[in-house]
Write a protein that binds this ligand. Structure first.
Ligand code: SF4
Length: 119
């Protein structure tokens, strides 16, 4: 069994508010029944959350597979992880470039999402 450690940023998580329905962040059940996942209600909450960046980075680095975290769906996190895997071998040649790899991969996925939404 995998042990789950509650990250510190969760103390400031907007989704921990009693006013927010946590089920918004885990709608996969609908998808499993053949429906399409609508992440927009959860993403709207994340956009207002003060720990969005920490949350997104935590979910990517821990390999979190389910739910919406930091405004990113599971497929978006997967694309970021794959982009990082491709960029890391290049950036590891230069000390201190690992963080740049993280920023570049996040920017690529975010740009792709925005282009898709504007199409
Ligand atoms: S960014 Fe979204 S999932 Fe993460 S703590 Fe904030 S509201 Fe919750």
């Amino acid at each position: 069994m995998i042990e789950w450690t509650r990250p510190d940023f969760f103390d400031h998580a907007l989704c921990s508010s009693p006013d927010v329905d946590r089920k918004l962040f885990f709608p996969e059940e609908a998808e499993k029944r053949g429906g399409k996942t609508d992440w927009s209600p959860a993403r709207a909450v994340c956009e207002q959350c003060q720990v969005k960046t920490e949350c997104a980075e935590w979910s990517i680095s821990t390999g979190e597979r389910d739910g919406m975290w930091g405004g990113l769906s599971p497929s978006q996190r997967g694309r970021i992880r794959r982009a990082r895997d491709k960029i890391r071998p290049v950036t590891s040649l230069q000390p201190g470039w690992e963080r740049d790899a993280d920023l570049i991969s996040y920017a690529v996925v975010e740009l792709t999402r925005r282009l898709r939404e504007s199409a």
